[in-house]
Write a protein that binds this ligand. Structure first.
Ligand SMILES: [Zn+2]
Length: 140
């Protein structure tokens, strides 16, 4: 039986919630009306922004720190469905490898790390490959 581990860092944030740029109140996405763009805060009328990182924005320092902590103890890094071209997330596999982690990459095409630090390359769509992995684990 697959053991569910919920220790997730949303490195690039999430579309599951929005924040008001003026009063900082947080709203669930399901509560945000998108009939007016940009969506507006029901409390103060300020602009609501999804809690994800847009190009040019910095990664939340607390998220970056937690990611570094997780990399330090990582034994196996699974990379699935990423072109690995945008830093700093593209640097994460290198940090894991420098800490002796094994790198497993699932992508439809090789990336810049495939021939250098990837230990196992699975040429397949991420969702299909992960479902197969889950099936195998469930049989163990
Ligand atoms: Zn507001």
């Amino acid at each position: 039986m697959l053991r569910v581990v919920q220790n997730v860092v949303e490195f690039h944030g999430t579309f599951a919630s929005y924040s008001c740029l003026d009063c900082y109140k947080i709203f669930r996405s399901s509560d945000v009306k998108l009939d007016i763009i940009p969506p507006l805060c029901g409390e103060c009328g300020g602009v609501l922004k999804p809690n994800c990182i847009f190009f040019g924005e910095s990664i939340n320092p607390m998220v970056l720190q937690r990611t570094k902590e997780m990399i330090a103890s990582c034994k196996v890094m699974l990379i699935a469905g990423s072109s690995l071209v945008v830093a700093p997330s593209s640097l994460i596999p290198f940090e894991a490898k420098s800490n002796d982690a094994k790198v497993i990459e699932i992508n439809t095409e090789p990336t810049g790390i495939t021939s250098s630090i990837t230990d196992i390359f699975i040429k397949e769509k991420a969702g299909a490959a992960i479902n197969k992995i889950i099936d195998i684990i469930n049989k163990i």
